[in-house]
Design a protein around this ligand. Structure first.
Ligand code: FAD
Length: 402
């Protein structure tokens, strides 16, 4: 084993690299190393651009050029961690390498799940979409393919549809909910995106639960839904849920429930180990993972002083077919004590979810310049009536001046 690193990070994604950047700016003299199973450092929100041949493994990199060298951060890629020993303060890789640490951040992200639907798991033409290797496989499967079924109409499923449709593949997206992007948008706002995808040739099968796959040997030839409809396909992409990557913590004593259990400071049940991003399961967005990495870095360097306070105000951002969309906070009212305020025209759509003059959720499509206003209002629970203004005239200055 080498000399222990002052700060060791498992994972070179949003959380891991957000932390690496912050660690270096907080502590210039420490040794910082990142371990990752990946060969390349890739942006997952941009991964579909590999399928559309707009980016390759190098141009999917999301870090500033020269970041590692300029900041003296050591990156061990192709390094899959198999166990962590909090007593010895070591991390072991599956190839036998062992790394010591003083403080450890686990930012190992999540993996896709193939649901236990008869036929899906054993088939050879069913893919998840999370890592570069998945994109490489789907890219190959798409060559010469005519029809694809995507299971799940969330961000991942739509990314794949968006990339495959222009390649001349007839894409059907099968979704259990009554709309695409159900975690981000209520029906009306989701409809804006649905229409754009349909215009581009993508078909949606909504309120449709996949019940099985028809196989020819190990090849799925169609996907069947509970109502008996069959959707023919040359291959299937499953984009229906993820599971935090924390199997390597088994036997370590570190508390794991659905994800790695963290306190308000992103500390785990071991005082020298922190967790951030999808591995901790607090949210599933790039921005939240980056912020958690930065927050954890502060607490690794300065002791537990910085609270991660954004659990409730998750922001989702997207852009398909030139339509930018933002979803902040609560998407649907949990009961009828909330009211919706909508303003729309042909190009833009805005919707606030309000109770007792306090905003709990905001959706902006098209013109998203109001985002900082509603993000601030939601985060700070501000009573909008105190501004004395009409809702859509309220500015950030109005809110900050209260
Ligand atoms: C296709 C796709 C599109 C998405 N689009 C959006 C979007 O538009 N907007 C948005 O906000 N979010 C989006 N997301 C979600 C977002 O990418 C994730 O929330 C974010 O990447 C989480 O960051 P993370 O650092 O926790 O994990 P990741 O970015 O997944 O990084 C995990 C890292 O851990 C490493 N790792 C895992 N296991 C091990 C191990 N055993 N040993 C060593 N290393 C390991 C991996 O190699 C990787 O480097 C998308 C996700 C996908 C898959």
């Amino acid at each position: 084993m080498n000399t222990p690193f002052d700060y060791l990070i498992i994972g070179a994604g949003a959380a891991g690299m957000g932390a690496a950047k912050a660690l270096r700016s907080l502590d210039q003299d420490s040794s910082v190393a990142v371990l990752s199973a990946d060969t390349y450092m890739i942006s997952r929100p941009m991964l579909h651009l590999y399928l559309s041949h707009e980016r390759d493994e190098h141009t999917l990199n999301f870090m500033p050029k020269g970041f590692l060298e300029n900041n003296n951060v050591t990156w061990f890629h192709d390094c899959t961690i198999s166990s962590v020993d909090p007593k010895k303060k070591t991390v072991a890789a599956s190839d036998g390498r062992c790394f010591g640490y003083k403080k450890l951040l686990i930012a190992s992200g999540a993996s896709y799940c193939i649901p236990p639907i008869p036929g899906l798991r054993e088939a050879e033409n069913v893919y998840g979409f999370r890592d570069l290797i998945d994109a490489v496989k789907i890219d190959k499967a798409a060559e010469g393919a005519k029809k694809a079924v995507i299971i799940g109409a969330g961000l991942v499923g739509l990314d794949v549809a968006y990339a495959l449709a222009p390649r001349g593949i007839s894409v059907t997206v099968v979704e259990m909910a009554d709309r695409p992007l159900a975690l981000q948008f209520p029906k009306e706002a989701a409809g804006w995106y649905q229409r754009l995808f349909e215009k581009a040739g993508v078909r949606f099968a909504l309120n449709a639960k996949v019940s099985g796959a028809v196989l020819d040997g190990k090849t799925v030839t169609s996907i069947e839904t509970e109502d008996g409809t069959r959707y023919d396909c040359d291959f299937v992409v499953v984009a229906a849920g993820v599971r935090p990557n924390c199997g390597f913590l088994q036997g370590s004593g570190i508390a794991v429930e659905r994800g790695i259990v963290v306190d308000d400071y992103l500390g785990t049940s071991d005082e020298n180990i922190f967790a951030a991003g999808d591995a901790a399961g607090l949210s599933g967005t790039w921005e939240a993972a980056t912020k958690q990495g930065v927050c954890a870095a502060h607490n690794m360097v300065n002791g537990k002083k910085t609270i991660y306070a954004e659990k409730e105000t998750v922001k989702n951002a997207m852009n398909y077919y030139g339509l930018t969309g933002i979803s902040l906070g609560m998407v649907e009212a949990p009961n009828n004590t909330y009211r919706e305020i909508v303003k729309q025209d042909e190009k833009d759509y805005k919707r606030l979810l309000i109770r007792d003059n306090i905003v709990y959720g905001a959706i902006l499509l098209g013109n998203i310049t109001g985002m900082p206003v509603w993000q601030y209002a939601i985060q700070n629970g501000i009573d909008l009536s105190r501004t004395g203004k009409e809702i859509w005239d309220i500015t950030l200055q109005d809110l900050k001046g209260l």
